[in-house]
Design a protein around this ligand. Structure first.
Ligand code: 6GU
Length: 230
């Protein structure tokens, strides 16, 4: 998979993209990520990328022309499966969307700042608008990093059996069951004996039951959503 990211603060993405699983994916050639600085496409001698909003009001809006120039240039090099705008008024991001996006070949992510981007860029280019939750970030970069991480780790070959994505929390709309490692007893707290029983069938059943119980207690909305989908 290849992911292009448009940003006015490309440095914000250096660190999250160059660690652990994401770095491994890139080293293995399974994922390439390029961050493109919008600033050189800005207008005039100050390379302006934003302006006051029509109608008045506080906050700047990212201008059409710089974004269009960079997007057009990128689209000459690649056919994007999706052009994604990261914005707090987008669809709420969840595992199902990550799963679907992990099947794509080429993605373009656009990070907004200030009051966001001119509506006409959304109309002309954007195919999906995504929010990573109900709170406001100062820009789309951290949200873009969240997307790249959650998608990158799903690409075949990126993570091995030991961390299989199939058993993740959310993968079946359930939270993950509790997990334990050595020692078998720590400060008087014992690992549930069933996990040390060697009975794989019983262990599997216990984990399912725990996952369900945890989901009922902490995130009953996940179980309701499941029912609503059916
Ligand atoms: Cl994608 N962008 C911004 N600026 N804030 C957010 C967000 C995105 N998702 C949640 N809050």
């Amino acid at each position: 998979m290849h992911i292009d990211i448009i940003s006015t603060v490309p440095e914000l993405l250096d660190s999250p993209l160059s660690h652990s699983i994401l770095q491994r994916a890139q080293d293995k050639g399974l994922l390439t990520v390029r961050v493109h600085d919008l600033r050189p496409y800005g207008i005039g001698k100050h390379n302006s990328v934003d302006d006051y909003q029509f109608g008045g009001g506080a906050g700047m809006v990212m201008r059409c022309e710089p974004l269009a120039a960079l997007i057009d240039e990128l689209r000459e090099q690649r056919q994007y499966d999706e052009v994604i705008y990261l914005t707090p008024d987008g669809e709420r991001y969840a595992q199902r969307r990550a799963n679907r996006l992990s099947l794509c070949q080429n993605l373009l992510l656009i990070c907004g700042h200030y009051k966001g981007i001119d509506e006409r860029i959304r109309e002309a280019y954007v195919t999906i608008e995504i929010s990573i939750g109900d709170y406001v970030l100062s820009g789309g970069e951290l949200a873009a990093a969240v997307l790249v991480d959650s998608i990158g780790r799903l690409l075949p070959g990126v993570i091995g059996d030991e961390t299989s994505a199939l058993t993740d929390t959310f993968q079946d709309d359930l939270l993950a069951p509790p997990v334990y490692t050595r020692p078998a007893e720590w400060r008087g707290r014992e690992v549930p004996p069933i996990l040390r029983s060697g009975d794989t069938g019983a262990i599997e059943a216990w984990r399912e039951e725990q996952a369900l119980e945890r989901t009922r207690e902490r995130r009953p909305d996940l179980l309701d959503e499941d029912a609503a989908d059916a």
